[in-house]
Design a protein around this ligand. Structure first.
Ligand code: TZP
Ligand code: MG
Length: 359
C-alpha cells in the first residue's frame, strides 16, 4: 500500500509539474510542484529498498490485466475516464495525488508505521496540493482568453462616442477585426453604466470577442465580463484576484519595468504599458517610449499591450518593438469610419508582424 501510494503521488505530481512547466510556462507553479515531489521523495527515502522488495505488480489484484472487467468491460478508474481537456487532466492527477496522500496520512497513524512515517507531513502536502490544483485550473481556464487577446485591443471610451450608440460602434470595431473591447468611462455613474456593459458583454460573447471592464470590479462581476483592467489607483491586484472568479483575466497599467515585474509577480494576466507616444486622450500621462516597451519585453513573460498615441502610421514601430497587442482609443473613436480605422490598424499591425517574422 505504501509503495503504490508513493508511486501514485509522485507520478501525479510529475504530470502536474510538466503541465505547469511545458504548457503553462509557469516557473513559480512548476517550482512549487517540483519542491513538493522532492520533499516527499526525501521524506520516504529510507523505505526505498524495503518497498521495492515488497513490490509485486504482476499479481496486484487491482491491476488492469489481473482482474476480470467490471461494469461491462469498463473499469471505473481515473485512468480510463475520458479527459475533455487540459483542465480535466490536471484535476484527475491532482485528485490522484490528494487521495494517495490521504492514504499515506492514514497509514502513518498505525502504530507499526508511525515510527517510520510522519502523518502530519502527508496532511500538509495534501493541503498544498489542493491550492496548487486550484492555481493550475485557474491558469488553464484563463489561457484561452489571454491567447485571444493578441490582436487589436480597442478601448470603447464613452466620453469619445460623441452621441454614437455603443453597440453600433462595437459592431464596427468587431467587423474591422479587433479581438478585444474594453469599456472605459471615467464620468458616468455605475448605475448608468450597468445596462451598457450588459449589452456589450452579450454582444461580444456572441461574436467571440473578449470584453474587459476598466476600473470597476463590481461592474465586471455584475456583467460577467471576461476580465478587468486596473491601474495603480484602483484596488490592489491581489485583492482583485481574490474577489474575481478564477477564469477572469486581470490587466494592469504600468509605466516602468519594475511596476511590470511587480504586476506579473502579483498575478496579472497581461500588462498595458504607456503612454508609448504623446497623447491628449489621458491627461497627465508620462511618455515612456518604445525603448521602455523593449526593455519590458525582456523582463516579463506575460503578454504586453502597448498603449498611448498609437495610430496607423506608428503601429508598425510598436509591433517591431515587441508589443503582443496594441490598445487604441482616438485612432478609432476619433474617426467617422470606425470599421475602416480598425481595419487599417489591423492591416498595418499584421504587416509589421510578418516583417518581424521574416527577419
Ligand atoms: N493609458 C495610457 S495612455 C492612454 C491610456 C488609457 C490613452 C490611450 O488613448 P489614445 O487615444 O490611443 O492615445
Ligand atoms: Mg484605472
Amino acid at each position: 500500500m505504501i509503495d503504490a501510494n508513493l508511486n501514485r503521488s509522485s507520478e501525479g505530481l510529475r504530470v502536474l509539474e510538466d503541465v505547469a512547466r511545458f504548457l503553462l510556462n509557469d516557473a513559480e507553479l512548476s517550482h512549487q510542484l517540483r519542491a513538493l515531489r522532492h520533499d516527499l521523495a526525501q521524506e520516504t527515502k529510507s523505505l526505498g529498498i524495503g518497498l521495492l522488495s515488497q513490490r509485486n505488480s504482476e499479481h496486484d489484484v487491482g491491476h488492469l490485466n489481473s482482474t476480470p472487467p467490471l461494469y461491462g468491460g469498463q473499469k471505473l478508474t481515473m485512468e480510463t475516464a475520458s479527459l475533455q481537456g487540459l483542465s480535466d487532466l490536471v484535476t484527475a492527477n491532482a485528485k490522484r495525488v490528494e487521495e494517495s496522500l490521504r492514504v499515506m496520512e492514514e497509514l502513518a497513524k498505525l502504530p507499526e508505521i508511525s515510527s517510520m512515517l510522519n502523518s502530519t507531513g502527508f496532511e500538509q502536502a495534501r493541503f498544498a496540493v489542493y491550492t496548487l490544483e486550484r492555481d493550475l485550473v485557474s491558469k488553464i481556464s484563463r489561457r484561452g482568453k489571454i491567447e485571444g487577446m493578441l490582436g487589436l485591443y480597442v478601448i470603447l471610451d464613452r466620453q469619445f462616442l460623441a452621441g454614437r450608440d455603443e453597440l453600433d460602434i462595437a459592431s464596427h470595431i468587431i467587423d474591422g477585426g479587433a479581438r478585444v473591447i474594453q469599456l472605459r468611462d471615467k464620468q458616468s455613474k455605475k448605475g448608468e453604466l450597468l445596462p451598457v456593459a450588459q449589452k456589450l458583454k452579450e454582444f461580444c460573447s456572441k461574436l467571440d470577442v473578449l470584453f474587459i471592464i476598466n476600473d470597476y470590479l463590481d461592474l465586471a462581476m455584475a456583467v460577467d465580463a471576461d476580465g478587468l483592467h486596473i491601474g495603480h489607483e484602483d484596488l490592489p491586484l491581489p485583492v482583485i484576484r481574490r474577489e474575481l472568479p478564477i477564469d477572469k483575466i486581470i490587466g494592469c497599467s504600468v509605466a516602468t519595468v519594475s511596476q511590470a515585474a511587480k504586476a506579473q509577480a502579483e498575478g496579472a494576466d497581461y500588462i498595458a504599458v504607456g503612454s508609448i507616444f504623446p497623447t491628449t486622450t489621458k491627461k497627465g500621462t508620462t511618455v515612456v517610449g518604445v525603448d521602455t516597451l523593449k526593455e519590458l519585453k525582456r523582463t516579463v513573460s506575460i503578454p504586453v499591450v502597448a498603449i498611448g498615441g498609437i495610430n496607423r502610421d506608428n503601429i508598425g514601430e510598436v509591433v517591431a518593438a515587441g508589443a503582443d497587442s496594441i490598445a487604441v482609443i482616438s485612432a478609432v473613436l476619433h474617426e467617422e469610419d470606425v470599421k475602416g480605422a480598425v481595419k487599417g490598424l489591423v492591416e498595418n499591425m499584421n504587416l509589421a508582424k510578418e516583417e518581424c517574422q521574416n527577419q
